[in-house]
Design a protein around this ligand. Structure first.
Ligand code: SME
Length: 184
């Protein structure tokens, strides 16, 4: 029988660990993007978001993966979070063009959704008084507050290049998604 040195055993064990870790990385990186109705797309991406959040407690890491997953599935112009910090919304993980970094309570669609603690659907941003245009390409928008212990702690903002992009189905599913975010 061939003798196995401590060095070669250690080397094989490291290689095995590397292979297992790589496998999990591949699983985390490979999103399954579906073509189908809006409902089918949301249901597919929500189950994958649950997988991405599983076992991860870091708030920012989870926000980052949620924005990436939703952007890959829906290709919206912009999707991202603003966090409530010292009476302002401050830009947090997002996907899309650079954006305004700070928004006051009650200002724009985001600040209004925060002040009212409710989801706002804006079918034409030009018709929303005080809308903050971070990008001239944005035509419609939905903002969902993230509420914990009856306090708004963040908002999820989604912008589209088309008018009338968001409806009650987006509200329903995006509200479910923000509920999934673990707060430690
Ligand atoms: N339009 C938002 C500002 C944020 S950006 O769209 C990313 C608003 O009116 O609050």
């Amino acid at each position: 029988m061939q003798a196995v040195s401590i060095d070669s055993f250690f080397y094989s064990s490291c290689r095995l660990k590397f292979a297992i870790v790589s496998l999990f990385h591949i699983m985390a990186e490979d999103l399954n993007i579906v073509i189908g109705t809006k409902k089918e797309q949301y249901e597919s991406i929500i189950s994958q978001i649950k997988g991405l959040l599983q076992g991860e407690t870091d708030f920012i890491a989870n926000l980052a993966n949620i924005t990436a997953a939703l952007k890959e599935q829906f290709h919206w112009l912009w999707i991202g979070f603003y966090l409530v910090k010292n009476e302002e919304l401050v830009l947090a993980p997002f996907q899309g063009p650079v954006a305004c970094t700070r928004i006051k309570k009650g200002r724009g669609v985001c600040g209004t959704a925060w002040a009212q603690a409710k989801t706002l659907i804006v079918s034409d941003v030009e018709k929303f008084p005080g809308h903050i245009a971070c990008s001239s390409l944005s035509k419609s928008e939905i903002v969902i507050p993230v509420i914990r212990n009856e306090e708004v702690i963040a908002v999820l903002d989604v912008d589209s290049e088309s008018l009338n992009s968001f409806d009650k189905d987006d509200k329903y599913y995006l509200e479910q998604i923000v509920e999934l975010i673990p707060i430690s």
